[in-house]
Structure formats: C-alpha cells, structure tokens
Ligand binder design. Structure first.
Ligand SMILES: Nc1nc2c(ncn2[C@@H]2O[C@H](COP(=O)(O)OP(=O)(O)OP(=O)(O)O)[C@@H](O)[C@H]2O)c(=O)[nH]1
Ligand SMILES: [Mg+2]
Length: 156
C-alpha cells in the first residue's frame, strides 16, 4: 500500500477552515467547497469535519491519517464548541501540531481555541495562529510544516 508519509493530514470540526487553509498553503485561490469525502493532494489529506464530529466516523479519521507525516488539528477561534476528545492526538504515533484559524475575525476567541487544542493533547508550544484570508501566520506555519515534512519529502 502506498504510504502517506509525504502528506500532511488536516483534522478538525466542520467549517473550522481546513480546506481554506490547505488552499492558502498550496497558494491556490480560496474557493469554498464543503469537503464531502477524504481528499488527497500531493501534499495533504483533507478530511470532512464529520470525521471528528461524529463518533461513527472518528476511527476512520484516525485510520486514514495515521501514516501521514504530520497531523494538523485545526480549531476555529469563532467556534465555541469542542468536539475533540481529551488527548485525541496521542492516538497518533506521528508528530501533531495545532492551528487556530480565522484570527482575522474580531469576534474570535484565540485563547479558547488554544485551550481546546491543549485539551486535545497538543503541546502549547506547537500551536500556531493563522488567517487564511489575510495570510497572517501562514509563513511561520509553512516553515514549521517544512521542518517536519522535508525529511519525508526529500526521501526517494
Ligand atoms: N474569516 C475567515 N473565514 C475563514 C477563514 N478560513 C476559512 N474561513 C471560512 O470558513 C468556512 C469554512 O471553511 P472550510 O475551509 O470549508 O472549512 P472545513 O474545515 O474544510 O469544513 P468541512 O469541509 O466542512 O469539514 C468558509 O466559509 C470559509 O470561507 C479565515 O481565515 N478567516
Ligand atoms: Mg473542508
């Protein structure tokens, strides 16, 4: 079976901004499209938010992403509700980082997002704040992704 080691997996609630973030990181135009099924690109595995929100799908979310090179757990700062179980990311045997999205929104609560990501098992030092709309924080996140992914991607 082909390995996903060269891909970054995006996990997070419905509407948390995974696909938009992926588009921004891939320097694509930002076009809204609800993710209906797992989508694989050269560099990413994008999952539908249902994978983390609905217990029926939760195992599938882990199954399809457990051999990625890196897991990014995404949390939108305008979403007050948590749906990720405590220490969720410790299920993985691969590195994980947290990303707070939509920080351009004045009504957002970044601290709440950080707390929810820590609750999910992300180390506070490994949480990054971004806006896919304005580009804030994207360059720093790109560097972090390179740090984790270059060893895999440079392998033949
Ligand atoms: N203000 C703001 N809105 C954003 C940002 N990123 C995404 N959005 C909006 O949030 C909504 C959901 O974004 P998606 O990227 O589709 O979210 P998703 O996590 O892929 O959602 P699912 O595919 O349903 O799991 C869309 O209307 C986006 O335009 C951002 O940085 N700032
Ligand atoms: Mg999506």
């Amino acid at each position: 079976m082909a390995s996903n080691r060269k891909r970054v997996a995006l996990i997070g609630k419905i509407g948390s901004g995974k696909t938009t973030l992926m588009q921004r990181l891939s320097q694509e135009e930002l076009i809204y499209a609800k993710t209906q099924m797992i989508s694989y690109t050269d560099h990413f595995i994008d999952t539908p938010g249902e994978f983390i929100e609905l217990p029926f799908f939760a195992r599938q979310a882990i199954n399809v992403t457990m051999d990625a090179g890196l897991v990014i757990l995404v949390n939108s700062c305008i979403d007050p509700q948590n749906s990720v179980s405590p220490n969720f990311v410790h299920t993985y045997n691969i590195p994980s980082i947290g990303v707070v999205t939509k920080i351009d929104r004045e009504d957002g609560n970044i601290k709440r997002s950080r707390n929810l990501l820590v609750y999910a098992g992300i180390h506070p030092k490994h949480i990054y704040e971004v806006s896919a709309y304005t580009g804030e924080g994207i360059e720093e996140l790109q560097k972090v992704i390179h740090h984790y992914m270059d060893p895999h991607r440079n392998k033949k």
